[in-house]
Design a protein around this ligand. Structure first.
Ligand code: NI
Length: 192
């Protein structure tokens, strides 16, 4: 496995629409090795998710994992390692919540983003089997953030109130306690 470089905001690749992956391509050894690299790179950077396009492969594959000991997001409900290929996301209902997001492609910045509280995600797993996930609350935000990357969108595009932008230090100092209380309410209301 190889740790890959993570593209940083301003690199044009992050604004591309990633292309669909065929079943044949997915089953190939290079793609399977690539998925291992994606997971390794995400874990090394303590990310909750990483899209292929963030490591310079504009294909529709994302990895998501929240282990429960994530130092970047200690309040996030756990999500087991999930590989989504060609994911399609559909909001369920019209409830939304505010999610304080960060991104491995956006150094030292967090901001408040409005997200759907419930989404249905349809995709293939890394072996091409169909998966359907009913994601809720904070976890639903994580899925929306990663699938956004495949369409060339970064969370900063969705920050409606720029006064919520914060460095990670200042988030910890001035916003974290309040947000953790709110995040717990979201988890209690919608589940993980
Ligand atoms: Ni991101």
């Amino acid at each position: 496995m190889t740790l890959r470089k993570i593209a940083q905001i301003g690199h044009p690749i992050l604004r591309e629409r990633a292309r669909e992956v065929s079943r044949e391509e997915l089953a190939s050894e290079p793609t399977q090795r690539f998925i291992d690299d994606l997971v390794e790179t995400m874990r090394d950077a303590n990310g909750a998710g990483l899209a292929a396009i963030q490591i310079y492969e504009p294909i529709r594959i994302v990895a998501i994992e929240v282990s429960g000991e994530n130092p970047r997001y200690p309040y996030k409900p756990k999500i087991p390692l999930t590989i989504l290929v060609n994911p399609v996301l559909e909001p369920i209902g019209d409830e939304t919540f505010d999610n304080y997001e960060g991104c491995l492609s956006v150094p030292n910045l967090r901001g408040m983003v409005r997200r759907h509280a419930r989404v249905k995600v349809r995709a293939w797993d890394r072996h091409g089997a169909e998966v359907e996930i009913d994601a809720r609350g904070i976890s639903a935000g994580t899925y929306q953030h990663e699938v956004d990357h495949l369409d060339g969108k970064i969370f900063v595009d969705r920050v409606t109130d720029p006064s919520t932008f914060s460095t990670w230090d200042n988030f910890d100092r001035h916003h974290r306690d309040r947000f953790v209380v709110y995040a717990k309410e979201i988890v209690a209301k919608y589940g993980g």
